[in-house]
Design a protein around this ligand. Structure first.
Ligand code: BGC
Length: 803
């Protein structure tokens, strides 16, 4: 233990209280021991420090900060140095705002394109996710601020996110859902990891000893602290025992009393509690000090914000993906008359909603910057309403404008309400009114350049109407400046997709069961997510993983492979300078186990002047050839001749070679694994249908399940909430995130998220009322309310008096 002496001075009451937060954003401090509190704030697109009433859904305003491109967009740069630079910029702002732990990055695997939070994550691929996350962590922590990798683990659905059980086999868990975290921990060394809301195979992530202690700490060597997702605590004692350090936000001292009781009853030992206290102490005694020192060194904040705006712009430039460019319509020629059409050109869609939502300092717009571009611009029109409603007047204006121009720049994308925490999308379509207008515009003017603002995959069946498509993603506050530079050729697009853009949502492997409406979410597709699935099943896609065009061209030659990695030459064969992302996939055609056709195991972004050629080296590492053997619970390597596929995308393989790898198993072991692998693929299970019966609800049921409650008032409340959500959706309005959160949250979260106002016993009393024992429930609710208030006050007093 690192702080044994200090821990010895603390009373048991002080120790257990230390492991639950003080309020929405702070951990407890003990000035009598010189222990400061830690201040937490969201990331990952910017710093979201809340001054007034705190909430974890991005509802109440926060201190202005730079808004960087969303992680989904930044990942398209495939540039670890850039990710690190953005992380560093984020860290600097965190220091300025006196934040100790930034709740970023998020690196869950994009299992299904509908997940409302895909814009906050990097990729469908664990290797790429891990590399980008590690870079972000390194950057943030350069400033002394702690980074917090989240949400650990298997968090891929927003609906019912606190009342979901992800069911998957260990091979899938390890190879797909944990590998990114493993890389992030080993290469980024985050000070904190946030446990996910969900259960994994029946055990809450926050109480999962296998995950938090065995894998995270013992196997990967994590030596920081684990914090719950906000309100994600369930059984506090189980959490602490299993490796969860801090329960956030503050929920009074009910949980602390529960843990004290468990200690008394012998359900947990003082040593186990001390271990957690030590982890948190280490952060509390080091981070605030480092942040304070860094703060002294930081020059004028205005300078920091203005530099960070430039970094946000650079990030947006390097992350845009050119999806199509027929007749080399881009970059724009100086003499072509241009019409700007689309609501997003006036009010950009530059970030997602929820806890990552930043109060941006300086949001640029396409229309505001247009005058400075020196282009013959004939005008600008909004064209459509972003809420999907028909607007004939706007359409007419846009169509007339299109006729006067040589080229139409058409700005389209997803509305704010569609990419948000707490809610999944219903489909992958762009609103019909935007597509209808595109179609009509294309009839008036065939030269349409579409600029697409979305943080998640959309289908592009309309692409035939466009000569060019530039995906600017959710580009942050400086996105408009970046888009202009890319359109005019001042910058050459160099981003590539980090997820597969599928033709139709029905092609998604998890399509039949997503989102799960009841507790179990079965990962039936196993490791076959994203390109791993489309490749294996030969399903055509719109744009493959790793795809992206440039204004120049690149030639690959002379691939050499040895036991350490590969080397090859890449040449810029076109007229402009540009960057190419070289991707290395491995494949084992004669594999005897369940394995994807190919897997990304390395990449490198190389910048080249016209005509320039450089040698690119991509090393192999401990993850290149491994697979997880369920039978023996270990990583192993299959013996064989592996193919090394080097390409410009997962489907544009330019060079191939092979390497023989000795492997770590015998023939018998291999056959055993094969048998095991087959047995383990999860059987299709019927989804539990909604039962019309009245049921007894418990602490872990979501409030939405009150529609089955015995108490008619409870049923009425649940139906009322549902109606409110449905109405907002129908009218294209952003859904009130608070209602949505409450609708999906389990009853226990009422105690975990009310800063001590409600205790777990009060929750049980409420459940009694809901379950048909209204009067006795109400009586005990009132009694427990007063008991809890009194106990909280007495405990606070004792904490100060070192009792
Ligand atoms: C989100 C986390 C976030 C936390 C605090 C939760 O709702 O899932 O990602 O860090 O709130 O705002």
């Amino acid at each position: 233990m690192r702080h044994e002496d200090l821990i010895k001075q603390m009373t048991a009451k002080q120790k257990v209280a230390f492991l639950t937060g003080k309020n929405e954003w702070e951990s407890r401090e003990y000035p009598q021991f010189g222990i400061p509190g830690l201040f937490f704030s969201d990331g990952p697109s910017g710093v979201r420090r809340q001054e007034g009433a705190g909430d974890h859904l991005g509802l109440n305003p926060s201190v202005p900060a730079t808004c960087f491109p969303s992680p989904s967009t930044l990942a398209n740069s495939w540039e670890e140095q850039l990710e690190e630079k953005v992380g560093e910029a984020l860290g600097r702002e965190a220091v300025l705002q006196n934040i100790h732990v930034l709740l970023a990055p998020g690196l869950n695997i994009k299992r299904n394109p509908l997940c409302g939070r895909n814009f906050e994550y990097f990729s469908e691929d664990p290797y790429l996710s891990g590399k980008m996350a590690a870079a972000a962590i390194r950057g943030i922590q350069k400033n002394g601020v702690g980074a917090c990798a989240k949400h650990f683990a298997v968090n891929s659905q927003e609906e019912r996110r606190m009342a979901l059980n992800a069911k998957l086999d260990e091979k899938t868990l390890r190879e797909l859902y944990l590998t990114g975290f493993e890389i992030a921990v080993e290469e980024g060394h985050p000070q904190a990891v946030m446990s996910a809301y969900n259960e994994i195979n029946g055990i809450y992530a926050n109480e999962n000893e296998f995950l938090l202690t065995q894998i995270l700490r013992k196997e990967w060597g994590f030596d920081g602290f684990v914090v719950t997702d906000w309100g994600g605590g369930n059984d506090f004692t189980e959490g602490v025992k299993s490796g969860s350090t801090l329960q956030m936000p503050g929920c009074g001292l009910d949980s602390a009393r529960e843990l004290l009781q468990a200690l008394e009853d012998g359900k947990i030992t003082e040593e186990q509690i001390d271990e957690r206290v030590d982890e948190l102490l280490d952060a509390a005694l080091t981070i605030p000090k480092k942040v304070a020192e860094k703060r002294q060194q930081l020059e004028n904040p205005v300078k920091v914000y203005s530099e960070n705006h430039k970094i946000a712009e650079e990030a947006a430039e390097k992350s845009a993906v050119l999806l199509k460019n027929e007749d080399a319509i881009l970059p724009l020629k100086q003499d072509r008359k241009i019409a700007i059409i689309g609501d997003f050109a006036f009010e950009p869609r530059y970030q997602g909603a929820g806890s990552s939502c930043v109060r941006a300092i300086r949001v640029e717009t396409i229309v505001d910057l247009a005058d400075k571009m020196g282009l013959p611009i004939v005008g600008a029109a909004r064209g459509y309403q972003r809420n999907g409603k028909e607007d004939k007047k706007r359409e007419k204006e846009a169509l007339e404008l299109a006729e006067q121009a040589d080229i139409v720049l058409y700005f389209l994308g997803l509305a704010e309400s569609l990419e948000t925490e707490g809610k999944d999308r219903k489909d992958i379509n762009i609103a019909q009114n935007q597509i209808q207008l595109l179609h009509e515009l294309a009839r008036k003017n065939p030269n349409i350049v579409a600029v697409l603002s979305t943080g998640s995959v959309v289908n592009t069946w309309w692409k035939g109407d466009c000569k060019a498509i530039l995906l600017d993603g959710l580009a942050g506050e400086a996105g408009a400046g970046a888009v202009w530079k890319l359109l005019t050729g001042e910058c050459n697009p160099s981003g590539k997709l980090t997820e597969t853009w599928l033709r139709s949502y029905e092609d998604t492997p998890s399509y039949p069961d997503y989102p799960a409406k009841e507790r179990d979410l079965v990962y039936k597709e196993g490791i076959f997510v994203g390109y791993r699935y489309f490749d294996k099943n030969h399903i055509p896609v719109s744009y493959p993983f790793g795809y992206g065009l440039s204004y120049t061209t690149f030639a690959y030659r002379d691939l050499r492979t040895d036991e350490n990695g590969i080397r090859l030459y890449v040449k810029n064969t076109g007229p402009r300078e540009g960057s190419e992302i070289v991707q290395m996939y491995i494949s084992l055609p004669e594999s005897r186990i369940v394995r994807p056709e190919k897997e990304l195991k390395g990449f490198y972004k190389v910048h080249l002047l016209p005509g320039e050629e450089k040698e690119v080296a991509i090393p192999f590492d401990d993850k290149t050839f491994r697979f997880f053997c369920e039978r023996c619970g270990k990583w192993k390597t299959e013996k064989g001749t592996y193919q090394i596929l080097v390409g410009a995308s997962s489907q544009d393989i330019r060079l191939k070679s092979s390497v023989f790898v000795e492997g770590t198993q015998t023939e018998t072991e291999e056959s055993e694994d094969l048998r095991q692998d087959k047995q383990n693929s999860l059987k299709k299970e019927d989804k539990k249908g909604n039962s019309a019966k009245r049921i007894l609800l418990n602490r872990n049921d979501p409030l939405s399940s009150m529609i089955y409650a015995r108490n008619p008032v409870a049923r009425l409340i649940a139906h009322g909430m549902k109606r409110k959500i449905d109405r907002a959706e129908k009218e294209g309005q952003p859904v009130d995130l608070n209602t949505l959160f409450r609708y999906n949250m389990p009853f226990r979260a009422i105690a975990k998220m009310t800063e001590g106002m409600v205790s777990m016993k009060m929750v049980d009393s409420m459940l009694k009322m809901i379950n048909g024992h209204f009067c006795s429930g109400l009586c005990s609710l009132v009694k427990e309310f007063f008991r809890n208030q009194k106990a909280n006050k007495a405990y606070e007093k004792e904490l100060k008096q070192n009792i």
